[in-house]
Design a protein around this ligand. Structure first.
Ligand code: UD2
Length: 304
């Protein structure tokens, strides 16, 4: 049994990760300022510590009680980061620096949630970790700078670049919510789906329990070398096709309108999953149809 510090532990991914770690017999300190996370995302066995990752002293004092850190806390939206870049820099880049300092002081491993946004527009073919990174967004730029800092930890550093994560407990009610949560919410409420632009942009959607397995595997690995790996399925779907799939899963008709394209929106984003398989034996297992069914099942009572 180990004790882990999960920053952003009350968030969508952090909550699922904390549940998985507790189920595996570990103890978890969830460090969260509840700015977007929710206390009810945590299992009762976890310890909630309220605070922000911009407070390096607080973070370091918690790391001193732990065997490893998973750093998920962030303003985890491309649009939200663009709307408030100074705050995003303080939280996303400053928080990463504080997590690195804490891991360095305690000589413990750090798993850093970077983002596929570091690649910028990757083209329609699956992109490998060796590709050049030219992020379009402030969010991607901060995540990339965070990666450089994390790599200073050497073998104890693991960087995961999640693609588009979806699943139960991703709340739909913020304008910055993920597209799947928003589309499901609109369908269930009988509202019109808004597609930003033509809808030909595509994304690699990975189900939350799959990305959590990758984080758990990364946390348990032997620290032989620093790792950077995609968290993806290797398959992408256009946003227009996604809208149809969501409406089918909800059992509603498809009512959509096209709005303006989003500024700095990536056209295509699809990850190459080979390295995560080679290094950790990880493969995403949940098919999009199954993941959508689970997500709609969770969201139905929330929306109605
Ligand atoms: C996602 C993640 C981000 C980062 C990035 C990696 C979310 C909320 N954000 O950003 O944290 O990991 O992937 O590349 O998961 N769209 C519509 N209508 C809507 C909402 C969105 O058409 O109502 C489009 C949007 O313009 C974009 C796509 O759907 O083309 C996905 O948007 P998103 O906000 O879910 O995620 P993304 O890829 O910007």
């Amino acid at each position: 049994m180990a004790r882990y510090l999960v920053t952003g532990g009350c968030g969508f991914i952090g909550g699922h990760l904390t549940h998985a770690l507790v189920r595996a017999g570990h103890r978890v300190i969830a460090f969260d300022d509840l700015s977007s996370g929710r206390e009810d995302n945590l299992p009762p066995e976890a310890d909630l510590e309220r605070g922000c990752v911009t407070d390096g002293t607080h973070l370091a004092s918690l790391a001193g009680q732990c065997n490893g850190i998973v750093h998920l806390a962030a303003i985890a939206s491309v649009e939200a980061a663009a709307a408030n870049p100074r705050r995003a820099e303080a939280v996303n880049l400053g928080g990463a620096r504080n997590a690195v300092a804490a891991a360095e002081a305690e000589k413990i491993p750090l798993v850093y949630a970077s983002s596929a946004a570091v690649y910028g527009d990757a083209g329609s073919r699956p992109i490998a970790e060796t590709a050049d990174c030219t992020p379009h967004s402030v969010y991607g730029q901060h995540k990339l700078k965070g990666e450089s800092t994390v790599l200073t930890l050497g073998p104890r550093a693991t960087i995961i670049r999640p693609f588009n994560v979806y699943g139960p407990r991703q709340h739909p009610n913020s304008p910055y919510s993920g597209v799947i949560a928003r589309f499901i919410s609109a369908c269930l409420a009988g509202e019109t789906i808004t597609i930003n632009g033509e809808g030909l942009q595509s994304r690699d959607f990975i189900y939350v329990s799959d990305i959590v397995r990758l984080f758990v595997a990364a946390l348990s690995r032997e620290p032989a070398a620093p790792f950077t790996m995609n968290g993806c399925t290797g398959q992408a779907i256009s946003i227009l096709s996604l809208a149809r799939a969501v409406a089918d899963t909800c059992g509603t008709g498809l009512d959509l309108r096209h709005g303006p394209a989003r500024a700095a929106d990536i056209l295509h984003s699809c990850g190459d999953p080979q390295r995560a398989f080679d290094l950790l034996g990880f493969r995403a297992e949940t098919r999009l149809g199954d993941g959508l069914a689970e997500t709609v099942g969770w969201q139905r009572p929330v929306v109605q």
